[in-house]
Design a protein. Sequence first.
Length: 143
Amino acid sequence: MIMNWNERVSNDDEIYILGDLAFGNQEYIKSLISRLNGKKYLIKGNHDRHVDKNDIASNFIWIKDYYLLNHESGHKFVLFHYPIFRWAFQNYGSIHLYGHIHNLHAGDFLATTKSIYNVGADLNDYRPIKLREILQKLTYNGL
């Protein structure tokens, strides 16, 4: 997975991790994160117990529970570890990205909307997915 990550992410890329980054002790997590390219932002997941420790937290630009990203494309992305039914600016075209559910895409989970996408590695060929790719997929699905 590290190779897949680094093939898609340069050191100058901004990358938003939507939780459950790694299992293990603090030393293992720290060594793993240090091998990943990019300027890393973390939305905490339910398995990210150790990320607030200074030696791990220093690998991230910031760590938050929830974030509203105003993207240069003009789109707003609501970033949260868990899928949610209602989110900020939902009726105005914002897109909700989540990662907690490991075996379903949004269409399976929330059939009422097409503006939600599961960015979990296990549903995206075990590699990070770019925002423009998500926009293309959602446009194809009727966004």
